[in-house]
Design a protein around this ligand. Structure first.
Ligand code: ADP
Ligand code: MG
Length: 410
């Protein structure tokens, strides 16, 4: 087995051999050790290091079967992830791990070890603050999204990229889990607290406007080959420390609407907000942390807009698109998608079957019921009002409306 000429799922021992035989990274006399560090549902992730020097890499392997359910899933996702990371590292160099090797036989991606950064979702649950995060994530998004459009790229090059990043099976997952199931539960996979079933029935399933708007957003996701998007930019794909931000795991990447990424970032910040809102009992600390998160949400939207316009003026090559009126129209569509997707992400993580620990980790049942209801009302408001929500402060106003509606429905 150990010649690595045919795909098999590696165990820790195999990964050490693999690093020795297939990577030109460690020295001949390295004392290599490995451990599995993956915590996701999909792939196997290992850290390999030299005990003598401390030098390390991370190897992410895609198996033919999903790690969680054992269902088959196309291993081409590992190529897509590797190629997306390589492209992103050209466009936004400091924000992604460096790729050292992509092995199409073993479906193994060897990359920089970024363990000096921590999972943003968990850090926010520890009430840590990252003052540079909004600046970093908006630079990452504007660079990787705007610079992969056909406003900037040569049209033939852009179309080659669209083709290269066709991601059939992972897009299918998003189309079902994000855009469809939360609104009708047609596969019976939604997971809802017993205490919230009637609420979801009334506020979500029986409101036909929601299914209609989700369908329109789904059509846009499927047909708007605008940018090379990350495709799963939730706060567990973002790793941070005080100084630096790294974005990992772009296996859902494909050519889709850029607002999908921006909306995911914004939506996920609301999970941290609601968690803090319902669980923190020290008034002063709570207000302080909530206002930090509100400021971050505002900054993500407003800095994205600001940097988008700046880069648009500097980089757009298409003759007609250079017109300021066109830029405004274009950005407006992106901000509409952003808002709609932020609502979809909030809804699907609350009603659908892929949960986030910000919600499932709320131990007190009454607090969790409340958190979920606020999120559902917020999600609905964002989806239905996406044509009017433009600036960061509009999102905070939407939150206030959701809180008022929550009190009304109580
Ligand atoms: P999956 O696709 O299965 O969700 P991820 O890419 O999210 O896998 O990786 C799972 C975990 O492995 C991450 O949450 C992180 O803790 C760790 N990890 C992944 N890539 C790296 C890396 N380059 N450096 C350090 N840790 C990593
Ligand atoms: Mg993943």
């Amino acid at each position: 087995m150990a010649d690595f000429n045919k795909h098999f799922r590696m165990k820790v021992e195999d990964v050490v051999l693999y690093a020795r035989e297939k990577l030109d990274i460690f020295s001949e006399d390295a004392d290599l050790k490995a451990k599995e560090i993956g915590d996701g549902n999909i792939n196997y992730v290992f850290k390999v290091w030299d005990e003598k020097t401390g030098q390390s890499v991370v190897i992410k392997q895609a198996d033919t079967l999903l790690r969680s359910s054992g269902r088959p899933l196309d291993t081409d996702r590992n190529r897509i992830e590797a190629e997306a990371l390589m492209l992103q590292s050209k466009l936004a160099p400091s924000f992604v791990p460096k790729v050292y090797k992509y092995d199409p036989i073993m479906c193994a991606l060897t990359m920089e070890d970024i363990s000096d950064h921590y999972n943003l979702r968990y850090e926010l649950l520890k009430r840590k603050k990252f003052p540079k995060f909004a600046d970093h994530i908006t630079s990452f998004m504007v660079n990787t999204l705007l610079l992969t459009t056909d406003l900037v790229l040569d049209p033939a090059e852009k179309k080659r990229k669209v083709k290269n990043f066709i991601n059939v099976e992972l897009c299918d997952i998003s189309e079902k889990l994000v855009f469809t199931e939360p609104y009708n539960d047609y596969l019976g996979r939604n997971i809802i607290l017993r205490e919230n079933i009637n609420f979801v029935q009334k506020i979500v399933y029986e409101d036909k406007r929601l299914a209609l708007e989700a369908s329109k957003l789904k059509n846009n996701f499927i047909n708007n080959a605008q940018s090379l998007i990350h495709g799963d930019l939730h706060s567990g794909s973002i790793f941070v420390n005080e100084e630096s931000t790294k974005i990992i795991d772009p296996e859902f990447a494909f050519y889709g609407p850029m607002g999908y990424d921006v909306g995911n970032v914004v939506g996920n910040l609301f999970f941290s907000w609601v968690n803090a809102y319902v669980t923190m009992d020290e008034e002063e600390k709570r207000e302080d942390f909530l206002s930090y998160l509100e400021g971050t949400i505002e900054d993500v939207v407003d800095l994205f807009t600001h940097k988008f316009k700046k880069m648009y003026k500097e980089s757009v090559t298409d003759v007609l698109a250079k017109s300021p009126a066109y830029m405004d129209w274009y950005l407006n569509t992106v901000l509409t998608d952003t808002c709609g997707v932020s609502g979809l992400e909030i809804m699907r993580r609350t009603v659908g079957d892929s949960k986030v620990v910000d919600i499932t980790g709320i131990e007190d049942l009454q607090q969790r019921i409340k958190a979920e209801r606020i999120l559902i009302l917020l999600a609905k408001y964002l989806i239905l009002n996406r044509n009017h929500i433009r600036q960061g402060k509009d999102y905070i106003d939407a939150l206030q409306v959701a809180l008022q509606e929550y009190n009304y429905h109580k």
